[in-house]
Design a protein around this ligand. Structure first.
Ligand SMILES: NC(=O)c1ccc[n+]([C@@H]2O[C@H](COP(=O)([O-])OP(=O)(O)OC[C@H]3O[C@@H](n4cnc5c(N)ncnc54)[C@H](OP(=O)(O)O)[C@@H]3O)[C@@H](O)[C@H]2O)c1
Length: 244
């Protein structure tokens, strides 16, 4: 820092005191906003790679995972020091929040392997079920809805559905666009988890729109009128009938 009067330069102790005073004035909410979050990602394909990359650029620490983590070397090297690679189990241990971005057909197996360790954790669910890809679990989603089905596979997790309602290219193209930003619908039952995911949606470069509890994820499920938009928040809210 330049100073016209070197003798008045604050000592290191004074600078620390000033910094602490400024932090106290900013309050806990501001400090929380500035804090980097550790995020684990299960499935570093199109959606996990895209959204995880946006979080790395926003300053969060992200562990991408694969059943073959050595194959993620190029991805993490291109993203820099805040990105690392591991197995799904390592990503779950690493993350304060965990993004699930795998084909929905893998949910029954992943649930058997990891649901226990995800209990009480913030879990962001981007998965969609398609008939051609996901087999029997697609019928389950058709019958019970995507929100209820995801809640069944991640019992006890603080589940929030997000980043599920548009193609990854739409997220990549519209992230951090000039105002008005693209809005992303999210749904979940836990208020604290919703707050965390609202912040992570915002840090990825979008405006979060809370649609309701987890069962309301059906309002922006694949094939529903709430799916597939890159609208600003007021238009998305109108499309979802949230202001009626
Ligand atoms: N693509 C989109 O535009 C988009 C948009 C919104 C939502 N989604 C949903 O997001 C999910 C992921 O889609 P995607 O397009 O990103 O798929 P993707 O590019 O095929 O990537 C899926 C990733 O899941 C991992 N994976 C697959 N089976 C697994 C298992 N049993 N255990 C652990 N990891 C497994 C694979 O990693 P390894 O093989 O390396 O382990 C792969 O990297 C899907 O449910 C999809 O419907 C996709």
């Amino acid at each position: 820092m330049r100073s016209d009067c070197p003798n008045r330069r604050p000592t290191r102790r004074a600078a620390l005191a000033l910094g602490l005073a400024a932090a106290a004035l900013a309050g806990p909410a501001r400090a929380e906003e500035a804090r980097s979050i550790r995020i684990g990602i299960i499935g570093a394909g199109h959606i996990g790679g895209t959204i995880g990359g946006l979080w790395v650029k926003a300053g969060h620490a992200v562990m991408f995972s694969s059943r073959h983590p050595e194959e993620l070397r190029g991805l993490v090297e291109s993203l820099g020091a805040n990105a690392r690679a591991g197995t799904p189990a390592e990503a779950i241990r690493f993350g304060e929040a965990v993004l699930i971005a795998v084909p929905y057909g893998a949910y029954p197996q992943l649930s058997r392997d990891y649901a226990e360790s995800l209990k009480g954790r913030v879990v962001i669910d981007a998965g969609n079920a398609t008939e051609a890809r996901d087999g029997a679990v697609y019928a389950e989603v058709k019958a019970n809805g995507i929100g209820a089905t995801s809640a069944k596979y991640w019992p006890g997790a603080h589940l929030v559905r997000a980043f599920s309602a548009a193609n990854y290219r739409v997220f990549a193209t519209n992230a951090n666009r000039p105002a008005p930003r693209m809005a992303i619908p999210i749904a979940g039952d836990d208020a604290g988890a919703l707050d965390t995911v609202k912040r992570l949606v915002s840090d990825a470069g979008f405006d979060p729109v809370v649609v309701g509890p987890i069962r309301d994820a059906d309002r922006f499920a694949m094939g529903s009128p709430g799916f597939g938009h890159d609208l600003p928040a007021p238009e998305l809210r109108a499309k979802l009938g949230l202001d009626r």
